[in-house]
Design a protein around this ligand. Sequence first.
Ligand code: ATR
Length: 291
Amino acid sequence: MTQAMQHFIVIGNPIAHSKSPEIHEVFANQTGCAIRYGRQYCPDDAASFTAVVEAFFQGGGVGANVTVPFKQLAYDLCLAQGGVSEHARIAGAVNTLLLNQDMLNNGAAVNEALYGDNTDGQGLVNHIKSLGWQLQGARVALIGAGGAARGTILPLIQAGIETLTIANRTMSKAADLVAELSVASPSIDAHKITSCTTTELSGHFDVIINATSIGLSGDTLPLSAHLSCNQAYDMMYGRELPFLQHFTDRGAQISDGYGMLIGQAALSFERWTGHTIDVTQATTILKNQST
Ligand code: ATR
């Protein structure tokens, strides 16, 4: 019997640059799943986003990824419909959409049962671990307090980090985030989390993660001369990253965020299909394809 083709999309604006279709094709080949995964452009407003998502799932779509600038809108939509996972709730953002099967089984319509998860932060943690970097007991600094930073916090804490320092250009946003986290989840021990401005961030950390969007602007972060680390991670990829250069010059190990992109995609694929991905093998194939 031939396997039914399952349909997936990634929704964003812009979307032409997205690598998700190629990544998911590698996963499909690895697992023997028959899938079609497309890029879906959407105008940047809430009504268009809702219309695109509902049309996709009403048309039999199985799962969708959501990227810039729709992750918060996706969160709001799921909250009003089929719910969100704890990771999505703490992040305040959704990158993975699927239908809440329990609700469908209880008679809900497709456009009432949209469920949201967030695999970005766990994708980051899985990639960091695959690099052999130690998170258990680590002192971690996270630069940024926007959606990308928020999504990483619960997975980092669940990975057993010792302390988390959240640094941001706008101090109030970092402080608000810390205050919010202390009541957001029983898994989060607020005493382990502190905040400061990016320029105040100094001392030695095991791991420093850049979760700001500064790489998009070409500007460089104003980092203290007294800031050092064993390992530096930039969630951006595919461009020159002065943040990583700063720490390479000081002898740290570095990584860009391409492995995180594959990691979050693998977790979405697993969520949708129930198949586990060999991320190391998939990464080797994807790296060979791009050279
Ligand atoms: P995302 O969803 O990608 O996290 P965001 O919510 O707009 O996007 O957050 C962007 C983050 O990058 C913020 O932490 C922002 O700092 P502010 O809160 O002070 O705005 C940070 N950021 C963006 N451009 C920056 C710059 N030029 N210098 C320092 N931080 C910057």
